[in-house]
Design a protein around this ligand. Sequence first.
Ligand code: PMP
Length: 975
Amino acid sequence: MSGLFEGYEITAPPFGPQDGSELALELFGLVGEPLELGSHQDRNFRITADDGRRAVLKIANPHFGLPSLEMQNAAMIHVAAAGPPFGTPQPLAALDGSLIVAVERGGVTYHVRMVSYLEGSPLTDARHLSSEVRSALGAIAGGVAAALADFDHPAADRVLQWDVRHARGVVDGLLRHVDDPQRRSLVERAMAVHDAALDRLAGSLRLQVTHGDVTDYNVIGQRDAAGRLMPNGLIDFGDMTRSYLVGEAAVLAAAAVAHDRDDALAALSDTVRAFHRRVPLTEPELAALFPLVLGRAAASAVSTLQQATLEPDNAYAVGLIESDWGALTAVAELPSAPVEAVLRVACGLDAHPRSGEVRAFLDGGRFTPVVDTGGRSPRTVDLSVGSPEYAFGEWESREGVARALAVGSGELAVGRWGEARLHRSPRPAAGEPDALHLGADVFAAAGEPVRAPFAAEVAELRDDAVVLRHRDPDLWLRLDHVDPAPIGDRVDAGATVAVIASGSIPHVHLQLALEALPELPGWAVPSQRAAWLALCPDPSPLIGIDAAAPHRDATRLLAARRRVVAAAQQVYYREPPEMVRGWRQRMYDADGRAYLDMVNNVAVVGHSHPGVAGAAERQLRLLNTNSRFLYESMVELAERLVELLPHPLDSVFFVNSGSEANDLALRLARTFTGRDDVIATGGAYHGWTTATYAISTSPVDNPTAALSPPPGLRVVPQANTYRGPYGDSDPDAGERYAEHVRRCAEGAAAFICEPVLGNAGGLLVPPGYLAAAYAHVRERGGLCISDEVQVGYGRLGQWFWAFQQQGAVPDIVTMAKSTGNGQPLGAVVTTREVAEAFHRNAGFFSSVGGSPLSCRIGIAVLDAIRDERLVENAAAVGARLKGSLERLAERHALIGAVHGAGLYLGVELVRDRDAKTPAKQEAYAICERMRELGVIVQPTGDHENVLKVKPPLCIDAADADLFATTLDRVLSEGW
Ligand code: PMP
């Protein structure tokens, strides 16, 4: 292994950019501008010719010798010939026809080559790597490994520091440069796992010529439509050597972890899964993979530190220290057996080689129940997200959880295995919570005996736990929250090994494990469910009751939905989580993850509001019937709405939805005026019914009408001062937009608009617009309809109704969404005159629009808005949030503008602030990433490039800040 470090301490050949450009001309006939590209040991210059052609001039470090350069050239040609779906540089011939030219300088011979230049940016330019990007990286590593499988070269057997086979040697050679004892111990821990695995497995790992350095430095990407750097090229064959085939995957996996340290397991499994699809890995290779990652990470970290010590002025090496040591910390913290299980599952294998054997043992065995039922019939308790035991945030406190358990004396309750539990993640957070329960619990009285279910060795005794070991099959059983009994080295089946300890919720947690894990976690992240539950199998047979929680699989649910629900019925997100519960401004998916809900203006007073739930429950027990009976709640709700509205809006109709409300509003106007035509703003959305759809020209929701407005619809420009013909700087913008209304008002039945442009992204219309437009319409005998479905109901903070922001009063107001906090309830409020004119023509009923149930809920919503001062909250938290978002706009060019007021805000994303090019794909990708980080937000607007921010009005300052910081993170790290 001599030469391992000499190679490292050498410095790059003494050539500058000017030399590079001279050599390019002299040897290759290429005239161009040189730019030095970073390299550890060589000199590389990118030469750009006048006509834009580019190539890379490479001056090799003489240390590495000619044969290795010949090998690289041959390999580049070989890989390209295999036709992989990614590019590689190709050697270019010099003027004399050769691919390598010798040059003398200071008595030393240097070998010079030129290779084609791959356009794009290295993946080091991206901070966060999405799952798709990681998969694409894995495919490249697998692709080059597949292409090199039949490649060989005499120079391949060389000793290189970067070869994963030499991690131990590198660490031994360089650990002396690591002074910090914590860092040393980190390296030692990682290397202990590495060594143990490699000692066992090295002989079974396939060897072949490898690229050896498929990392973010050497993978080149191009930006996709969403602005993400998508890998499509591989450069730098300078680290080629014959090594472990699986090393190609390990090197990449270690690099991927460095980008997403807090999601290291996903980074590993995404890259390895994709690699395995190209080059199926064997079981020993999968077992060695993570240990090789540890070795690679440790070797990189010590090498970086040494390099930085050698060259303190080398900013590149110094900069790497934090990233390399961070990555090492991230992988060294992962327990290796579960990682192997995760990687095996990712590659389609059983999570553990002994899974089948252990399953058969557990299924077929007869075991003494760990806690004697003593004539009691045990029952399972549901602590899942959908548990009926919980309401109104009870899971947020220990007392609440204890209440939900409420195990009576003499009762035996069993907490389930494989259950994603609600109380593990009360608040939204960037990381996935470890909500998955890997054992089962038996809740019983403190002091009750805990018995060995099978004859076993006593593997470990702690203050509060006993670990038993079964042999053949090898299996560990951990019994937690107990006071161990005095026992020896072995116990028989049925022996008392402990008693349940006293505590606020006395219980024994029992957990099986196929491996002796030093710190066996009781919980895991649900996304790695298959691996963890295989490693910690179902202990039901040791309890005597089926303690396995049913699994709710969002992917299966989505597939089922696609079979029975019309495809046009939209669903948010590419991989939608199954939403099970809501509470205040949060939603919870089946995996126990809490999300901050920034999109739900429907749940105006918050999800699962106790007042709303109580009112609904009471009314459902009393009466729910059609709306043509006489009952109090309809009158009360109508009175409350009229009280909130200005004179003369005093006559209420009840319906079920916004579409229905607008549909009825159009009928009222048409009946009153005896006219048909309607003026609506371009890009508006007013509903799905035939009449409302016909006046909706939203290019997203009604693309046909957007292209060619249907007869009877008169479209006026949206009073959008960001994108419309009259901008913010025009003091007469309001008048000018209103002028468009005037021009088409003659003979029209009605003018309908959202008084704050909700669907466009929450833009406030310019001052004077609504009053002027309404005046023009009324002068010509038409009616004015204010669609408050999205923007009304207190959301704007300062004004309960959005038209109030303009100091105008419409003839008809429509509302829904918030009105019922999710219960189907909408209303149309108009003047007595208009209502009576309608009645002269026909009566009106909507069977359950304004039902006793809906109206009770409607009243409870208004009570909550008043009692909890939610309008004031919308003003205060909205102002704070808008301020934070405006500050983000100062740092992130993608934010073109922040629109809105109160808690109806819009963050408009543009590729170019001057051209205002809508960043639609970016907006969708950002929303996906926000969801991964625990925040629900969606794009809106004609161009789908505005993040609509309209959370329940009970949102607090902390969650408003969480939204802003999460958006900041995504805009900073990428998506
Ligand atoms: N008007 C506006 C402004 C809307 O945004 C919507 C729905 N997004 C509707 C009406 C239709 O309401 P619903 O979906 O309740 O029928």
